[in-house]
Design a protein around this ligand. Structure first.
Ligand code: ZN
Ligand code: ZN
Length: 375
């Protein structure tokens, strides 16, 4: 079949993207779903900072590629061997397909699925196939999702079925921002009631993490960013203390305000400076949980002796250390009860043709979550 999709053919084009248009809206070919695969009509897709990083060229990917990795949609058709989804079902995409058979999957850590991770690096579905092409030239899939498109073929293992009465615009957020941010707070950091938690980097994932920290009952919630508007948003969502990361005395200011540092730091900025700041504001015995994605060549420098002498910990958190089949229904349940108001992260709704403008807004920090709702 034919479908309309946002294709990235070259990264690192000049700014603004609204003019250089790195993402071209094209009519492409989409092959039918193979065994274990599903054809989904995309209803809503969120623009995430990781998409911007791919457009900027900071996260090299096999191009050309149809981008997008946070979505919700409606099943239109299923391939052979898919017996638990049918046309009309509502689904949320997950950006690591879970094979169910590798060691991390067997250990209950499907975010680290080995064949899933390899397929994502290769730009294929979990099966190894590419179902997208343009004039006979294969197009890569972004993390098995490629949802900046009218339709997508995804592995069954990239999809979680959700209740049809949840608005798909809201459901989309759960696929990346909520899974990653809230999961970092609940699963990776295991935030304790009454504890002091700092969040560095207040984009969509960071603010979702903040909502998770609020829901987990943290006592003091310290929001840190360089953007004053984002700090104000964090305050409205439940942060108790705000610090601007561009203040050269920020480490001392946080340590003073918390009598020696915070219990847990969530770093969601994806920058080495943010990681170092996060480590330096953790108290003796404190933990830095990082869910940001710095460029592959970035290196972190910390005073090594403090790992032992102060029992400080650094913990990585990929996709919120999620078990999506377990976590997504829980997070959706918290959302429905008003305990995780993730709809407040949405600042813009736009059409697929305005996606380059959306990338500019994200870069400039004038948007939190932008949801594409027409394709
Ligand atoms: Zn994302
Ligand atoms: Zn696996």
């Amino acid at each position: 079949m034919k479908t309309r999709a946002a294709v990235l053919r070259q990264s690192g084009l000049p700014l603004p993207y609204a003019e250089s248009k790195p993402l071209s809206i094209e009519t492409v070919d989409l092959a039918p779903p193979g065994p274990g695969e599903v054809l989904v009509r995309i209803a809503a897709a969120g623009i995430c900072h990781s998409d911007l990083s791919v457009v900027e060229g900071l996260r090299p990917r096999p191009l050309p590629m149809v981008v997008g990795h946070e979505s919700a949609g409606i099943v239109e058709a299923v391939g052979p061997l898919v017996e638990d989804l049918r046309p009309g079902d509502h689904v949320v995409s997950v950006f690591v397909p879970m094979c169910g058979h590798c060691l991390p999957c067997a250990e209950g850590r499907p975010a680290l699925c080995e064949p899933g991770g390899q397929a994502n690096v290769n730009g294929t579905l979990l099966s190894g196939a590419r179902r997208l092409s343009c004039e006979g030239v294969p197009l890569s899939h972004q993390t098995g999702v490629s949802c900046f498109a009218e339709h997508a073929v995804m592995s069954r293992h990239s999809l979680i079925k959700v209740d049809p009465d949840l608005a798909l615009e809201e459901a989309a957020l759960f696929g990346c921002a909520v899974l990653t941010g809230v999961g970092a707070a609940f699963n990776s950091a295991r935030v304790r009631p009454g504890s002091t938690v700092a969040i560095i980097g207040l984009g969509g994932v960071g603010l979702a993490g903040l909502l998770g920290v609020v829901a987990a009952g943290a006592g003091r919630i310290i929001a840190i960013d360089t953007n004053e508007r984002k700090l104000e948003t964090a305050k409205a969502l439940g942060a108790t203390d705000l610090f601007n990361a561009s203040d050269e005395h920020v480490v001392q200011a946080v340590r003073d305000a918390t009598r020696g540092g915070v219990d847990t730091v969530l770093e969601l900025a994806g920058a080495v400076a943010a990681l170092e700041l996060g480590y330096n504001i953790a108290r003796r015995g404190g933990e830095l949980v990082t869910a940001g994605l710095p460029p592959p060549q970035a290196r972190l420098s910390i005073p090594a002796v403090t790992l032992t002498g102060e029992e400080r910990t650094i913990r990585g958190s990929y996709m919120g250390s999620a078990v999506p089949i377990r976590d997504l229904p829980r997070y959706i349940g918290l959302y429905r009860r008003g305990l995780l108001p993730v709809d407040r992260l949405v600042t813009h709704r736009l059409g697929l043709e305005d996606i380059n403008l959306g990338m500019d807004r994200l870069r400039e920090g004038t948007a939190i979550r932008q949801i594409i709702t027409s394709f």
